[in-house]
Every structure is written in structure tokens, then in C-alpha cells.
Design a protein around this ligand. Structure first.
Ligand code: SAM
Length: 292
């Protein structure tokens, strides 16, 4: 236990040994609190029949806890300087594979097929680099990987946007993009003091559980998400203004849009932020019956 990578003293020793300097541009804030790491593993509900993908292992603080608790760990690290450190710090854990890759450019399907020696369920557990939280989340959600759960640390503000309900300020296309696929809840809040260097914002552990079927039934998925994004494009504008900007302002489009809104019993003067995900689905399904 004393040899944990994530204790403040061992972390300091490792950083010194390698003369490591943090790159802010890569979102490098390392966890140094074993208690937080244990809680993350607990929330993720890992066991010896679970495979784990980690994004950004850093010096291996979280990785070693994942290695102890799961079957295999596949970690993507973009910073070449850390690859050398990880080879050392993670040497006691033969069930860990670190790939020197930008996770956003990684072919997740082939990497997992190559590295994981079983088809156990896959969970993503990570302390995300905050400058690309959303792209990473979407990369996993939109991949065809059989990921059953994501337990990810991010800025609390982004976690709040993901779990937001209609009518709140934080509700937007990100809430819908994630809630469409996953059941989302904040597991716990992490204070800045748990990191070196300390970030400027509070962090939250978000737990996302894959739904067996998407939250709503849509006829054309891509079009549904386009309608959602268009409806939030200018938050202060009405649905009518945002949707005519997206679909077209000619007379026939306007007539069709009017009819669709009426069919769905949605007042054109409402703002996108007041629509539930069900209402967006209904609306997109109705629009897709007439748009070319
Ligand atoms: N997991 C470690 C911890 O909890 O202490 C480090 C977390 S730190 C917030 C984010 C890590 O992601 C850094 O190690 C950083 O180098 C890495 N990273 C940044 N961008 C990345 C990318 N595009 N692909 C893979 N790793 C990346």
C-alpha cells in the first residue's frame, strides 16, 4: 500500500527522478490521493471479468488501481515522455498495455481486439485531459465498441451540463447527445487539492451506464442530432428562428415546419432549452417525413 504511485511523496519522487515538467496544453493534472482512486474503482464496479480502457494514464496513478481490480487494462497516452515512466512504474502489472497514441485518433475497435485476450465487458475509467473532455466522450459513445460503462473525471461544470434537465441553463445538445445513449449521474465531487498541479476548477466523477436501447426512438439518428444542435445554435432565439435558419426560409419549408410543430404540439415560440429529449425525437421524426 505504501508503494502506491499516487501518494504525494511517491509521485514527487517519480517526477523528480524523470525530471518531468507538466504540460498544461495536455491537461496534465495528476491524482495524488489514494482514497479518491479507491472510490473511483468502487464506483466503476470492476472485477476480474472486466476489461478497462484508460485515457491518459499519466504516471500510472489510476492505472495501478485498475490493474489490481480488473482483468486487463488498455491505456492510451499521448505524451512520449510518460511512456518511459509508465514502463517503470507499471512493471509490476503484466495485465496493463500502454499505447503511445492520441486516443482521438486511435482505432478503438482494432486496438481492443488486439490487446484484450477475452471478450469481457469493457468499461472506460479515466481522469480525462480537460481540454478534450467532450471529444473523448463522443469518441467512445459514437464508436461501435461494446462499452457498458464510463466512469470519468471531468470539470464539474461539464458534468453538470451532461446530466442537465430541460429548462435549466446547463441543458443543451451535450446533455442530449450523452443521455441518448447513457444513463448519467455524478458519483462524487473531487477537490482541487487531490491533484498536482492543482487545476483551477472543481472536478466531478461522472458515471455513465449504457442504456439497452437509446432513450428515445428516432428514425434518422444523424438528423435527430442535427435538429438538436440547430435548436440550440442561438440559445436566446426561438425554436422557429433556429429551425428556419437550419431547414430553410422558403414558403414550403415554413409550411411544413409549422405543420410538424403543430403535429407535435410544440409552440414555435419556445426555446430549444425547454424541449425534452422526447419532444426533440418526435419533432425530428416528423420533420424527416418531408424534408428532402
Ligand atoms: N491518469 C493520470 C492521473 O489520474 O493522475 C493522469 C490524468 S491527466 C488529467 C490527463 C492525461 O491525459 C495526461 O497524462 C496527458 O498526457 C494525457 N493526454 C492528454 N491528451 C491526450 C490524448 N489526446 N490522448 C491520450 N492521452 C492524452
Amino acid at each position: 500500500e505504501n508503494k502506491d504511485i499516487a501518494t504525494p511523496s511517491r509521485t514527487r519522487a517519480i517526477l523528480e527522478q524523470y525530471g518531468f515538467s507538466f504540460k498544461k496544453s495536455l491537461g496534465q493534472n495528476f491524482l495524488t490521493e489514494p482514497n479518491i482512486l479507491r472510490k473511483i474503482v468502487e464506483v466503476a464496479g470492476l472485477d476480474q471479468e472486466t476489461n478497462v480502457i484508460e485515457v491518459g494514464p499519466g504516471i500510472g496513478a489510476l492505472t495501478e488501481h485498475l490493474a489490481r481490480a480488473s482483468h486487463q487494462v488498455l491505456a492510451f497516452e499521448i505524451d512520449g515522455r510518460l511512456i518511459e515512466v509508465l514502463a517503470d512504474t507499471l512493471s509490476p502489472y503484466p495485465n496493463v498495455t500502454v499505447l503511445h497514441q492520441d486516443v482521438l485518433k486511435a482505432d478503438l475497435a482494432s486496438a481492443t481486439k488486439e490487446v484484450f485476450d477475452t471478450s469481457y465487458p469493457i468499461k472506460v475509467v479515466a481522469n480525462l485531459p480537460y481540454y478534450i473532455t467532450t471529444p473523448i466522450m463522443m469518441h467512445f459513445l459514437e464508436s461501435n465498441l461494446e462499452v457498458t460503462e464510463l466512469v470519468v473525471m471531468m470539470q464539474k461544470e461539464v458534468a453538470d451540463r451532461i446530466i442537465a434537465s430541460p429548462g435549466s441553463k446547463a441543458y443543451g445538445s451535450l446533455s442530449i447527445a450523452v443521455q441518448y445513449y447513457m444513463d448519467a449521474e455524478i458519483a462524487f465531487i473531487v477537490p482541487k487539492t487531490a491533484f498536482v498541479p492543482q487545476p483551477n476548477v472543481d472536478s466531478a466523477i461522472l458515471k455513465l451506464t449504457k442504456r439497452s436501447t437509446p432513450l428515445v426512438e428516432v428514425t434518422e439518428e444523424d438528423f435527430f442530432f442535427e435538429v438538436v444542435r440547430a435548436s440550440f445554435k442561438q440559445r436566446r432565439k426561438t425554436l422557429w428562428n433556429n429551425l428556419t435558419a437550419f431547414l430553410g426560409k422558403d414558403d414550403s419549408t415554413k409550411l411544413n415546419l409549422e405543420a410538424s410543430l403543430k403535429e407535435c404540439e410544440i409552440d414555435p415560440k419556445r426555446r430549444g432549452e425547454t424541449l425534452s429529449i422526447e419532444e426533440f425525437a418526435q419533432l425530428a421524426n416528423s420533420l424527416s417525413t418531408w424534408r428532402k
